[in-house]
Design a protein around this ligand. Structure first.
Ligand code: ZN
Length: 358
């Protein structure tokens, strides 16, 4: 009888518990018939990784962090038919089962219940490891065209998918107007999407000059620094007192959401993209220009996943409609992930996105 003594091990960057992170050794994940194991080649740190460690979804022990990554297929389960070992693939932050009631009803991000499509670094180990596991590999792995870099492909896994969804849900008419509150990576991708979908007046609001500058590159027509001007007054002024067709909250701030309510025209749409981690409630403004009887539509969005969506986003990069790599302000090796994480938490050195190379 052969006794197997050593399971192959890998390095992983984990949430040790609320407030704590570090590296540890873990076994390389094993797979079921529908799954795949990916050898990580590049990843991005997300502000929501920092929220997670701060305790927004409760205690986790030794959970591998990260949900934005690309890699090379290392192993596939017996039932997987559309990807092969050695292929470069992107994996969305959201990996739905495509079988449950929520998935069948078209709400794949809410697979099997509240936030259930978000599995990696939420209900199972994430991507900040030398290898990671993907459930339901066929509908969740998107092969990356040779002409698209690992770095660019990483952005489709959350930043582009989320920011673009914000604009898709805003349903701005061709030639319409939009205000996007905060130009972090998601807000900047929403700005790019607003331009692609035909908005004619795109107003970007932030306080950091480097982000406002980049928003012009991605298609903002007007930039407003809210530390210098009152953005609400400016936006109403720009739209002749009417307000914008749609507004996006892309940071998770009550102040920004209040602004969205004030500056959106009657009958317009507000889309919430930010994570409001300040308390158990979100207030809806009801003073003059508030929400009461203004016929507003308010939508909230969680990053959509799936191969078909990712292939469309990859096509936009491939056809040079958008270059998300302008968001990369810093680069780190995997073993330097702790530094990247800390910078993302403090937003030091005007960081927008740190790329992690494995
Ligand atoms: Zn993310």
């Amino acid at each position: 009888m052969v006794v197997k003594t050593d399971t192959p091990k890998m390095k992983a960057f984990v949430m040790l518990g609320i407030g704590g992170t570090g590296f540890m050794e873990k076994p390389i994940p094993t797979l079921g018939p529908n799954d795949a194991i990916i050898k990580t080649t590049a990843a991005l740190v997300c502000t929501s990784d920092c929220h997670l460690v701060a305790g927004t979804i409760g205690e986790r022990t030794n959970l591998t962090l990260g949900h934005e990554a690309v890699g090379i297929v290392h192993k596939v389960g017996l039932a997987v038919t559309t990807v092969k070992k050695g292929q470069r693939v992107a994996v969305n932050a959201i990996t739905p089962c495509y079988r449950c009631h929520a998935c069948q009803s078209g709400h794949t991000s809410q697979c099997n219940g509240l936030l259930g499509g978000w599995k990696m670094s939420h209900t199972k180990d994430g991507v900040f490891a030398e290898y990671f596991h993907v459930n339901n590999a066929d509908p969740n792995l998107a092969p990356i065209p040779d002409s698209v870099s690992d770095e660019a492909a990483c952005y489709i896994t959350d930043m582009m998918s989320t920011g673009f969804k914000g604009i898709e849900e805003a349903r701005i008419p061709m030639g319409g107007t939009v205000a996007i509150f905060a130009q972090g990576p998601v807000g900047l991708m929403a700005t790019a999407a607003a331009r692609l979908l035909g908005a004619a007046t795109i107003i970007a609001v932030d306080k950091r000059p480097n982000r406002l500058e980049l928003s012009k590159h991605y298609g903002a027509d007007i930039i407003l620094n809210f530390t210098e001007v009152d953005p609400d007054e400016e936006i109403l002024d720009i739209t002749g007192g009417v307000g914008v067709d749609a507004s996006l909250e892309a940071i998770g701030s009550q102040m920004a959401l209040d602004s969205c309510v004030r500056v959106t025209r009657p009958g317009g749409t507000i889309v919430n993209l930010g994570i409001h981690s300040d308390g158990p409630t979100i207030d809806i403004l009801n003073t003059p220009r508030g929400i009461e009887m203004k016929a507003l539509t308010v939508r909230s969005v969680l990053c959509p996943g799936g191969k078909e969506r990712m292939q469309r986003l990859l096509r936009l990069i491939d056809m040079k409609r958008v270059d998300p790599t302008k968001l990369t302000t810093h680069r780190f090796k995997f073993h330097e992930l702790e530094n990247a994480f800390e910078m993302m938490r403090t937003k030091d050195d005007d960081i927008i996105k740190p790329l992690i190379v494995f």
